[in-house]
Write a protein that binds this ligand. Sequence first.
Ligand SMILES: [Fe+2]
Length: 227
Amino acid sequence: MRRTYKKNNSKKSHPENEQPVDIAELLEKTHFETIMAFSEALEARDQYTAGHSRRVMEYSKGIGQRMKLDKQDIEDLKRSALLHDIGKIGIPDIVLNKKTKLTDEEYTTIKSHPETGAGILKYIKAFKDLVPAVYHHHERFDGEGYPEGVKGTAIPLHARIIAIADTFDAMTSSRSYRNALSFRSALSELERNKGVQFDPDIADIFIEILQESPFYFTRFREPEYHL
Ligand SMILES: [Fe+2]
């Protein structure tokens, strides 16, 4: 015999049973989920960078917490980190997933991604605070980076943090064209590039975190790791 079930609308007819909805909390959650969706959309295009944005977010958060940035600042940092490469969504697959050395022209195309990313985010009012970090995440402390070649502490703080987290994760990840560096070699690279590619104070903070707990480095690579 086929059973039918009545939809229970009792809560609708009894407002006292309804749970109060915290609109601010709901908006905040939706905001973060939207960013996650953007980030996943990018990572779906390139299997070699799977999990990269989330690891960059976790490393950046760790640095921000150690620097005692305030809560909102850390939230913005996490979101910028998740979206730092969103501009790569505009790079053709043939360039983005190329397994051999890039031509100069292709490298120029890749280098356009911070500008493209900032261009995408500026249209969303809720993301406007994330634009400077996304736009400047490939600047170098010595001024030899891109897109503007800004130098030292003139580079926005979140961009200086993400630059370190991003490079460390890239160094410790295997790509189709090279193997990952060991944890120790990646640490030496961070040390060697202090004041050159990276803000030396922030690099010191990250080195300190990694030396205190190498587990910090591996935990975000576990398959069980989810947000
Ligand atoms: Fe990037």
